[in-house]
Design a protein around this ligand. Sequence first.
Ligand code: C2E
Ligand code: CA
Ligand code: CA
Length: 700
Amino acid sequence: MLIGNYTPSLVLISVFVAILASYTALDLAGRVATANGRATYLWMSGGGLAMGVGVWAMHFMGMLALHLPIELVFDVPITVLSLLIAILASGFALWLVSQPRLPMLQLSFGALIMGAGISGMHYCGMAALRMQPGIEYEPARFALSLLIAFSASAAALWIAFRLRQQTPHVRLFRAGAAVFMGMAIAGMHYTAMSAATFADGSFCGAIGNGLRVDGLDKLVLIASLEVLSIALLTSILDARLESRTAELSNSLSVANRELTQLALHDTLTGLPNRVLLADRIEQAMRTVEEHGGWFALMFMDLDGFKPINDAFGHHMGDQLLREVALRLRNDMNGRNTLARIGGDEFVLLVELPERDEAPAYAAQQVTLLSQPFLVADNSVQISASIGIALYPGNGETQHELLMNADAAMYHAKAAGKNGYSFFDASMNTNARNQLQLLQDLRSGLKEQQFCLYYQPKFDAVTGQPIGAEALLRWHHPLQGLLLPDKFIGLAEKTGLIIPIGDWVLNEACRQMRVWHTQGYSHWRIAVNLSALQFCHTGLVDSVANALILHQLPANNLTLEITETTAMSDADASMAVLQQLAEMGVDLSIDDFGTGYSSLMYLKRLPANEIKIDRGFVRDLEHDSDDAAIVSAIVALGQALGLRIVAEGVETDMQQSFLTKLGCDSLQGFLLGHPLPAEKFMADINAAETPVDEQESASEV
Ligand code: C2E
Ligand code: CA
Ligand code: CA
């Protein structure tokens, strides 16, 4: 038997190469696991190649470390085959550990294949010597070498699978595992080598056309180290790049989240906005469809928010809105949604196990918001009007549900605020009717469907007519004659009151010009102004133009503005009224007694007349308070040198009482209804004609 001996330095180098190959393999397994798409296959084939070369180099170095007393030459094709086996087994191992899961069965099967691969490479490599006679293997050691190959493969696969994620200290773990794996691979090799016996007189069959050993060790070493370090370096650089990309994509997703937050939330309160609300409503609709139950959409509008905003400024208004949001949110349970969809409009989406829980919930919100708020050290009192739409029942789409809840909210406002209303179909018709009416109003203005009725005013003492109030009427093509309460509110809301008001002013002046010419030059025509007209910058010009156009002296025109309008922005009103007064226009404070008049302002206003609200006149006979108020107003007006007019006089008793109190003039159904100009004049003429003339006329 030939006795071989090993060159220790080459043995050491072979073990080192095994460890390095193991480390590279573990690192590459990490790359394969985190790469995606085509990169996975690139890493797998490149990795398989590098690792295969590494393992094979270890084995080959181990063979070169062996010295037998005969010359050793390697058969080239068989050697290449052994390298191929190593590469294939490595590629397979990488593929296996890149799978999402690695159950026991798969692991054992993989270990079997990989173990067979490594052993196959080794014994194939040995066969490349083409020894004559063949190498004999000692069965026990041969079996042991297979066992080591198998278990080292199993351990390697398991470790590689475990260490493939990028976790802290993963490199350290990999280094430890690589040492273990390298030793195992080397252990397998040297166990297998020790199983081999070379019979005396054996010789290498490959001599002649094989690879000679001289210098081969250095070549293999350098080549394999090169392959391994290139693979390792690429892998490390790529990992860096990947972690940098991960960092970038992380900050990108943070930015994305912030953008989404901005796009879907209200910046003032941080609550969901209309867009997100729509989404949540749709989600809630799906939930109800799948699992049953109900949800309520509560449309909340704050009562009295605008005056607070106007009086204390936007900063305070914003603060109040935040407080409202906070209070509502604190009261809410997690599955409901609170959104802010407009200035002082909030919407609460509430999931309900039972439909009849909605009223209690709504009442709770009303109570919650009617408690005072503390805003910048001020106690502020507001309330809320809530409109409720239920699903299923009050709409098929999120849009419809919101519209209906909105309509119900208007109903709650109209019903006195600080409360809630459930939607019902009639509210929708109302909204639709309003829309139709608005269209009609626009065309009504174009097609001159408006006209003025005139209600006479009389001197309280002499009973003589002293003029008329012009009252707007609309000949609606379908609905007939409409009174102002049907359309003035809508005209004010939409701004149409400005052109309509101009028309009224012109028409009233035109009519007064006619009467002026007929000899009633001492009359005054009274025209009502709404708040919006009064605030409109063009008012003074409009009035001046109307007077000039109809050549009417300014003093033949009385402008009636309500007390509330005159007082709401007293300083601005003062300026406008001053200009009108300077023109010589007569000014009357309408509906006096219903607002909160400050006597101070009243004194400064350049008004000529106050008009006692007809509410006081109506209850004069039954309510002693009203009688006291009316006499106080008369006394006040007299003290300020103003004319006092009472409107809404319907009975003889009211007439005589008001006359006795000292009212200057009277207006009301008792004395004359509003009528078109001709009928109005017919009545006046009839009253002026002496009684006996009337009788003789009827006799004719
Ligand atoms: P107002 O200025 O207080 O006008 C008096 C209203 O009381 C008129 O109703 C008149 O028909 C009614 N009235 C007169 N005498 C009596 C009475 O003895 N008893 C009762 N119960 N009512 C009486 P109308 O014409 O329906 O006008 C309602 C309101 O519409 C007016 O209240 C005024 O504020 C507004 N308005 C009317 N015409 C115009 C206009 O041209 N422009 C603007 N901006 N508002 C107008
Ligand atoms: Ca009036
Ligand atoms: Ca009035």
